[in-house]
Write a protein that binds this ligand. Structure first.
Ligand SMILES: C[S@@+](CC[C@H](N)C(=O)[O-])C[C@H]1O[C@@H](n2cnc3c(N)ncnc32)[C@H](O)[C@@H]1O
Length: 296
């Protein structure tokens, strides 16, 4: 390693520190110095993030494209280019993007969600309340379980409660919280293709914002759910012309028409829905809808 590379890496560390403490101008300046010494994907990525946080998406896109040229195999960078270009809607966020986003924030995730008045688990729980007996009889799969916010709410209904997530540090938090019988590190589709047992309920709160196209999740769930099995989930709702949108936040939104069409096609009936602000970001409520689908 030559001395330029060494000092570019030192600068990168300094820039990360500045960025993580909100000193965006200073961080951007240090990233530029690092790039003068050596062009690397992490420095372009960091600079792009600074631009994004400073609400300058075109400068962010230019920086992410430079990162992509240096690291064309990265799904995470491709996703960031896609979300800002707006010309391509991929089926889902790539695994490395999801792990990068969530492992980076696993320790502060719940405090952050509480500040946003996040309501996903309560929204789906409201659809089960009064209909399901709290008799501990159900086998429930919590897809994209994150830090396990669903565990205390759904444990009383469950004879078996399993969680699946891609991000190891989110799973560590879920394990610390407790309440699950098994926690699996896996991608949702991969898990559903070979589940360890049949479930009565597949639960997914705030996960389909990272999985845009839901056809395979619905059909796999239908295949492995028991008779009268249920799919409970939330989406960020759009009334747009496209069934699925990728937003500049990197998250997906679906239309109600799309969800209902898929439900019909994959053998589910829409038993109930509930509308509520999923969270409030920068003072703006995020329109959310919770669905309870029952296998026909
Ligand atoms: C916004 S968090 C929601 C966590 C939890 N369900 C809740 O309501 O608090 C989204 C979670 O889904 C996971 N995730 C996203 N895409 C996934 C995928 N394709 N397979 C498995 N987990 C995924 C992320 O790692 C993250 O923990």
């Amino acid at each position: 390693m030559n001395s330029n590379t060494q000092s570019a890496q030192d600068l990168l560390q300094l820039a990360w520190q500045a960025q993580s403490t909100g000193q965006l101008d200073r961080a951007a300046e240090i990233y530029r110095k690092a790039l003068d010494l050596e062009e690397t994907a992490p420095s372009w990525l960091g600079l792009g993030q600074c631009h994004l946080e400073r609400k300058d998406p075109s400068a962010a896109l230019a920086a992410f494209r430079r990162a992509q040229a240096l690291m064309p195999q990265s799904g995470a960078i491709r996703h960031m280019v896609d979300m800002l270009e707006g010309s391509r809607v991929p089926d889902r966020a790539p695994d490395d993007y999801v792990v990068w986003v969530f492992d980076g924030h696993a320790e502060s995730f719940e405090a952050h969600l509480a500040a946003l008045n996040y309501r996903g688990p309560q929204m789906v729980a409201g659809l089960a309340e009064g209909i399901w007996a709290k008799d501990g009889s159900r086998a429930i799969l919590d897809l994209g379980c994150g830090t396990g916010l669903n565990a205390p709410i759904f444990r009383p209904y469950a004879q078996r409660l399993d969680g699946v997530d891609l991000a190891p540090r989110m799973l560590q938090q879920a394990s610390r919280r407790g309440g699950y019988d098994h926690l699996y590190k896996a991608e949702a589709h991969a898990f559903l293709r070979r589940p360890p047992c049949r479930y009565d309920v597949v639960l997914a709160t705030d996960v389909f914002i990272y999985i845009g196209q839901l056809d395979e999740i619905f059909s796999l769930s239908e295949q492995y759910l028991n008779k009268n099995g249920e799919l409970l989930f939330t989406v960020e709702l759009t009334a747009g012309a496209q069934p699925v949108e990728l937003r500049s936040s990197g998250r997906f939104r679906q239309t109600d028409t799309y969800i209902r069409m898929l439900a019909e096609r994959t053998g589910f009936a829409v038993a109930a829905t509930h509308d509520e602000a999923l969270r409030v970001e920068n003072g703006v409520p995020e329109a959310g809808r919770a669905y309870r689908l029952v296998r026909r």
